[in-house]
Design a protein around this ligand. Structure first.
Ligand SMILES: NC(=O)c1ccc[n+]([C@@H]2O[C@H](COP(=O)([O-])OP(=O)(O)OC[C@H]3O[C@@H](n4cnc5c(N)ncnc54)[C@H](OP(=O)(O)O)[C@@H]3O)[C@@H](O)[C@H]2O)c1
Length: 329
């Protein structure tokens, strides 16, 4: 496979290269792509130095797969150009997610929707992926009615600039700000930009994307997304009301048996998911399972995952693996 990684110098791009190598992705030729600012710079992949090339040069090389993590505008402009030369694009930005002609894929849930004709495939938002991973088996069995989610999101979700802002604040250096306020010792109820309805774009992604992934509009989701000064992964408090009643031990068993989920749920030993444990792991960690005592058929849980791994790079690479295994590229 000739593979292009677009946004190779970014936060997601760096993890993308790490995960591609770890999973022995069948690369015969690797094209590393970033903005014009980085063209000509060198990056190392599997002990081999690669020179960063421009988007135009990468299109001309006609890779079989291009994995994009370079922002929505770059995807909107360049993904169709790759698709035109026969490349299958797997896109990490929000550019194509809600486009009805594009698939929005979490491989464990809906990779079977993919066909050879899907030339631009969208990777869901990082906080959506970890939430739907835990909700999928439960929705299948008990049928979700309504979800209330509050997120506690890592600065790595904003990109290189935000990680630098937190580092600068910790070390007392005055530098460029990724957020409108300090993030150290703070919590910003503000992830991505505000929309006209008063919600942020991140909150609306959490509300809309799961309906598309599950191909089901019978449930509703309301979200509050908060940025906190962690760097290892995103955490989510999720309250989910089902149509049907559940047994807590069945829920535990089901989550325990779901591939990609790790159950960490034992109050007696203070066992629960935390970003410091999820960091650099591909799994989604679920715990603090409790029946909501104020309402029937309702569950509370806490979900943590590394937003750069399952929330971005790993999910995209799993899509690529599925395409290759099923001869769709
Ligand atoms: N961080 C996360 O948890 C996460 C999760 C899921 C999805 N995403 C999405 O992934 C994308 C990248 O996020 P990130 O956190 O990695 O951001 P980042 O650290 O700011 O990196 C941005 C990358 O995009 C490249 N880029 C910027 N403008 C470009 C252009 N005009 N042409 C070509 N390349 C360009 C940058 O290259 P230079 O170094 O040359 O500027 C860099 O490689 C975004 O769309 C984001 O929404 C991020």
């Amino acid at each position: 496979m000739k593979v292009a990684v677009v946004g190779a110098t970014g936060m997601v791009g760096e993890v993308m290269l790490k995960v591609l190598a770890e999973r022995n992705f069948p690369i015969t030729e690797l094209l590393l792509v970033a903005s014009e600012r980085s063209v000509g710079k060198k990056l190392t992949y599997e002990n081999k130095e690669h020179t960063i090339v421009s988007l135009a040069d990468a299109v001309a090389a006609k890779p079989e797969i291009a994995i994009f993590s370079a922002g929505g505008d770059t995807s909107l402009e360049w993904a169709p150009k790759f698709a035109e030369v026969g490349t299958t694009v797997i896109d990490n930005s929000s550019a194509w997610r809600m486009d009805p002609t594009k698939k929005l894929v979490v491989p464990e849930i809906n990779a079977n929707e993919l066909t050879k004709h899907d030339k631009i495939i969208a990777n869901p938002n990082c906080s959506t992926i970890q939430m739907v991973m835990a909700l999928a088996p439960l929705h299948k069995k008990y049928k979700m009615k309504r979800v209330v989610v509050s997120t506690y999101q890592s600065v790595s979700g904003t990109g290189v600039k935000a990680v630098k802002q937190l580092e600068n604040e910790i070390t007392g250096i005055k530098g460029e700000m990724a957020y409108p306020y300090p993030i150290g010792r703070n919590a910003l109820p503000h992830c991505d930009v505000f929309e006209n309805n008063g919600y942020t774009k991140e909150e609306m992604k959490l509300a809309r994307e799961p309906q598309k992934i599950f191909n089901d509009k019978t449930f509703s989701i309301t979200a509050t997304a908060v940025r906190i000064p962690t760097s290892g992964g995103h955490s989510e408090s999720v309250n989910v009301e089902f149509e049907n009643d559940f047994n807590l031990s069945d829920v535990r068993k089901m989550l325990h048996e779901t591939p990609g989920i790790v159950l960490q749920d034992n109050p007696d030993t203070n066992t629960y998911p935390m970003p410091i444990y999820a960091h650099d792991k591909d799994d989604v960690f679920v715990g603090r399972l409790r029946r909501d005592e104020t309402q029937p058929n309702t569950l509370n849980m806490w979900i943590v995952a590394d937003n750069l791994r399952k929330g971005a790079a790993t999910n995209a690479i799993q899509i690529g693996e599925y395409l290759i295994e099923n001869e769709l590229v």
